[in-house]
Design a protein around this ligand. Structure first.
Ligand code: SF4
Ligand code: SF4
Length: 382
């Protein structure tokens, strides 16, 4: 397992965690086997949005004393009053469900997530009532370690980030979702069937959201990395060929601010299968061939794929481009953490000798030499 810092929280998450949704309504033995497989693989972040008492109890029991070695994302406002997944912003109801979760998980939840903030209505119900105040109180009381939220909508998510309250965002990230215009509801699209006819290149709002998170020190955890399995399916993929598990994980892990991807695994075998990411070669992780038919949509835009390497100056071009993209959000106010990440690179933009070999190799026509010079002028000027 590799570990990454979650935003500015000081906490380190395994880059692969476990989304526990698939363990809902499964026998305890299966929950235990899957959770133990995850623990044995070094997973230390468990996503538990499900409101059901039985699945929460099963997960807590399976963690046992190892609960203290791992982190849990628990959601505030996730309920099952009508015996199905539901959202409630009614404070007494939300409190009842969350206090139950606290009791089951040792009186403490590492990340208290404000559940499902997608629409204007969701935003108002969280920030224009006492809901967000309750979440803040949970943190002040030490019931939760950090405040997070979940969303599928980039515009609403940016509003939430700009309140300054969250330290973590769980967002639905995969290559297909990123190609949908921000106004489209990706959950509806997923339900209808993903359709490449709607793709318009990497959506600028989604890209901006990830950069805003990095700039603001908000870590991202990723849900739906496989688009509910549709990206992996020959029948349902919107691309010419299905993506593989390593390609989907690598795409999500190469977005700015992403700390951990949380695939839903239903069995120990699925958990072990997901961990094959660490054995996959660069070629096996490479998601760009899938974009072949959409290439024009990406003209000039870096997708952080590293096809341009090797660089004779040993520049990690994708990473420099990533920090440059974040800095371009507001060049006069680049966050100290982004500057410090850039400063820690072994080779910087100014090391570019302008050989041009990267531009010949880049499938997307990125003007790398110009980018390296721009990065040097933003990050290296005294
Ligand atoms: S410059 Fe081109 S090849 Fe290099 S990481 Fe960006 S998109 Fe990929
Ligand atoms: S042009 Fe610059 S960044 Fe590109 S390969 Fe040559 S030295 Fe590296």
């Amino acid at each position: 397992m590799q570990y990454r810092e979650i935003g500015k929280t000081g906490k380190q998450a395994g880059i692969i965690g476990l989304g526990c949704e698939q363990l809902d309504r499964r026998p305890y033995a299966q929950v235990e086997e899957t959770v133990h497989a995850a623990l044995d693989c070094g997973v230390n972040l468990f996503e538990v949005f499900m409101p059901g008492l039985e699945v929460r109890t099963n997960i807590a029991k399976a963690l046992g004393t190892r609960r203290r070695d791992v982190m849990v994302q628990g959601h505030i406002g996730s309920t099952d009053i009508r015996e199905q997944y539901d959202i409630s912003r009614d404070l007494p109801t939300a409190k009842r469900y969350f206090e139950e979760m606290l009791r089951l998980f040792g009186g403490y939840v590492d990340f208290g997530m404000m559940f499902f903030i997608d629409s204007e209505k969701d935003y108002k119900e969280v920030f224009e009532t006492g809901f967000a105040d309750y979440v803040l109180r949970l943190k002040e009381q030490g019931d939760i370690g950090h405040i997070g939220f979940s969303s599928h909508n980039p515009e609403t998510a940016m509003r939430v980030i700009k309140t300054g309250l969250p330290e973590l965002m769980m967002f639905s990230i995969n290559l297909a979702f990123d190609l949908y215009p921000a106004k489209d509801n990706v959950l509806d699209e997923l339900h209808k069937g993903l359709d490449a006819a709607a793709f318009r290149g990497i959506d600028p709002k989604r890209a901006e959201l990830y950069k805003l998170c990095e700039q603001s020190g908000v870590g991202i955890t990723v849900m739906k990395p496989f688009g509910a399995g549709k990206l992996l399916s020959p029948e349902h993929t919107p691309f010419e060929n299905p993506l593989t598990v390593p390609q989907c994980l690598h795409y999500a892990l190469t977005r700015p601010a992403v700390a951990s991807v949380l695939p839903g695994c239903e069995t120990a075998a699925e958990m072990v299968d997901v961990m094959r990411y660490f054995d996959a070669s660069d070629e096996e992780r490479d998601y760009t061939p899938v974009l072949g038919t959409l290439r024009n949509d990406f003209a000039g835009q870096c997708v952080y794929c590293s096809h341009c390497l090797p660089c004779p100056a040993d520049i990690d071009i994708a990473t420099v481009n990533k920090y440059l993209d974040i800095a371009r959000l507001d060049v006069d106010n680049v966050s100290p953490s982004v500057r410090s990440h850039y400063a820690s690179l072994e080779s910087a933009g100014s090391d570019c000798i302008g050989c041009g070999s990267c531009e010949e190799r880049c499938p997307f026509g990125v003007r790398v030499i110009e980018n390296m010079a721009e990065a040097a002028s933003i990050f290296e000027k005294r």
